[in-house]
Design a protein around this ligand. Structure first.
Ligand code: MG
Length: 297
């Protein structure tokens, strides 16, 4: 007599796996709690509280800097300067950087060859970004007005957020520290004294051109030492000295980050950047592109 079970082990195993797969699928379905789902959002392809909408990529936050030590960048940031070298940088337009690296920071002047000074420029080019920069103006302070602790952060190499020692130092308002140079003063003067580390956290949206015409100007938000100084402010065009800003007929989609040489040895440390356009696309559409994916660390 054949065993009831011995004759069909494969079939029973098959049935078991089908039942198991079904149970798992059911469990997954039951796990997906759609009880919060509401009507279709007219501005997206998802419903309100849609459980099928992709979650945001995971980013490990950085740490804050102290007076003595720079903090750590978030996990998805491109670190442009961590105190070691200028491997991410070149002189503006190309060639060896002229800024000086020493003691875990860089100076905006050339100590080895003082007559050879150029702006510093990132090798990589960026469009929309979140940017973190730390700087300290020279101590003791020398000079006055625009001659005291002058440097600058140039977004896309075109739009200067002024770096200046404005601690008890008056100058023209649209050239003050945190000013969009020659266009808009900062909302407040939140400068620390000379020699103290200060932070810039900048959110920048590049100008948009369509059919070789400006469709949307650039916008910038600046926090200096954690305090808002430029609030999503419109940028009127490339910045410059004694010029009325105006957008040119054509404009690139990306440009380098530049730091200005202006004759004063301004100190820099802890510079990192997060390109935003892939993340903006992902947030709007749910589509993950490689540059939006979090880096494995
Ligand atoms: Mg400047």
């Amino acid at each position: 007599m054949k065993s009831l079970f011995g004759t069909r082990p494969a079939k029973i195993a098959g049935i078991t796996s089908v039942i198991l797969a079904g149970a798992l699928a059911l469990a997954a379905e039951q796990k997906k709690d759609t009880s919060h789902e509401g009507p279709q959002q007219p501005w997206s392809k998802w419903k309100v509280h849609d459980m099928d909408r992709p979650m945001a990529p995971v980013v490990t936050p950085g740490t804050a800097s102290t007076a003595d030590a720079p903090g750590k960048a978030p996990s998805d940031a491109i670190v442009l300067f961590d105190g070691k070298d200028l491997s991410q940088w070149q002189a503006a337009g190309g060639g060896e950087p002229t800024f000086t690296v020493q003691n875990g920071e860089m100076l905006s002047t050339n100590l080895k060859d003082p007559k050879n000074n150029k702006y510093l420029e990132s090798k990589e080019k960026f469009g929309d970004i979140q940017l973190h920069v730390e700087f300290a103006t020279p101590s003791p302070a020398h000079g006055d007005s625009q001659g005291r602790g002058n440097s600058g952060v140039f977004l896309m190499g075109k739009f200067e957020i002024q770096v200046l020692d404005n601690y008890n130092n008056a100058t023209y308002a649209d050239g003050a520290c945190s000013a969009l140079y020659g266009q808009y003063p900062p909302q407040v003067n939140v400068c620390r004294p000379p020699g103290e580390w200060q932070t810039y956290d900048i959110i920048f949206h590049r100008p948009i051109y369509k059919d070789d015409k400006l469709a949307e100007p650039a916008y910038v938000t600046v926090l200096q030492n954690g305090v808002l100084t430029q609030d999503h402010h419109r940028i009127e065009g490339p910045t410059g000295h004694r010029i009325v800003a105006k957008y040119p007929d054509k404009f690139p989609e990306t440009g380098p980050l530049q730091l200005q040489f202006h004759g004063n040895p301004v100190h820099y440390r802890n510079i990192w950047v997060r390109p935003l356009e892939a993340l903006e696309h992902q947030q709007a559409t749910g589509e993950v592109t490689s540059s939006a994916a979090p880096k494995a660390k």
